[in-house]
Design a protein around this ligand. Structure first.
Ligand code: GSH
Length: 205
């Protein structure tokens, strides 16, 4: 499998999932401004949506959308327990989390990345995110991960997007359980490996 990614973007959730699942993965960086990859390939031709992540499977098929990709990758190695079995209530709960993260948190950040967003709209986006953070903080007060005691793809996705708060100078110290979650996930060896591979963290000497 080959993951087309941009450093620290939502593609990191798929990257973390593949490493946590112990699956072989090659990665190719995409310049989102030019839509060219680091090998000079035309990313827009590969994924007409133009955004990362895109995953090229071993049969050449290209898949997109974080919420679908993390499940596809997790299901390739069920023994890693990154997603409960398909068709179970636990799996639907996981999908409930993935939908929440995608629409309420991931896309909640989007206006903040856009330099053209007026200040007023940025503040409104931050206010909405604060409501989501407060909810997540309550959940994570009672359990280490979103679905309970097991790290899943939902945690990989939540970590990836809430981690953007640091880059955007959004103070999350008012959500100590969410902050502790970020620290807990960022300390995982496979997460660190993905961060190093994307050039976001120095490899330990
Ligand atoms: N619905 C997509 C959204 C992906 C997305 O927002 N990708 C961002 C990076 S996190 C991106 O590539 N933005 C550049 C663009 O849209 O041109 C998904 O969930 O995978």
């Amino acid at each position: 499998m080959k993951l087309y990614y941009a450093p620290g973007a939502c593609s990191l959730a798929v990257h973390i999932t593949a490493y946590e699942a112990g699956l072989p993965l090659t990665i190719e960086k995409v310049d989102l401004a030019t839509r060219k990859t680091e090998t000079g390939a035309d990313f827009a031709a590969l994924n007409p949506k133009g955004y990362v992540p895109a995953l090229k499977l071993d049969d050449g098929a290209v898949m997109t959308e974080v919420a679908a990709l993390v499940q596809l990758v997790a299901d390739k190695n069920p023994s890693a327990k990154l997603a409960p079995a398909n068709g179970t209530m636990e799996r639907y709960r996981l999908q409930e989390w993935l939908a929440f993260i995608s629409s309420e948190v991931h896309k909640g950040f989007s206006p903040l990345w856009n330099p053209a967003t007026p200040e007023e709209s940025k503040q409104a986006a931050k206010d909405r995110l604060a409501i989501r953070f407060a909810y997540l903080d309550k959940i994570l007060a009672a359990q280490p991960f979103l679905t309970g005691s097991q790290f899943t793809v939902a945690d990989a996705y939540l970590f990836t997007v809430v981690n953007w708060a640091g880059y955007l100078n959004i103070d999350i110290s008012g959500y100590p359980n969410l902050k502790a979650f970020l620290d807990r996930v960022s300390a995982r060896p496979k997460v660190r490996e993905a961060l190093v591979a994307e050039g976001l963290l120095q490899a330990a000497a």
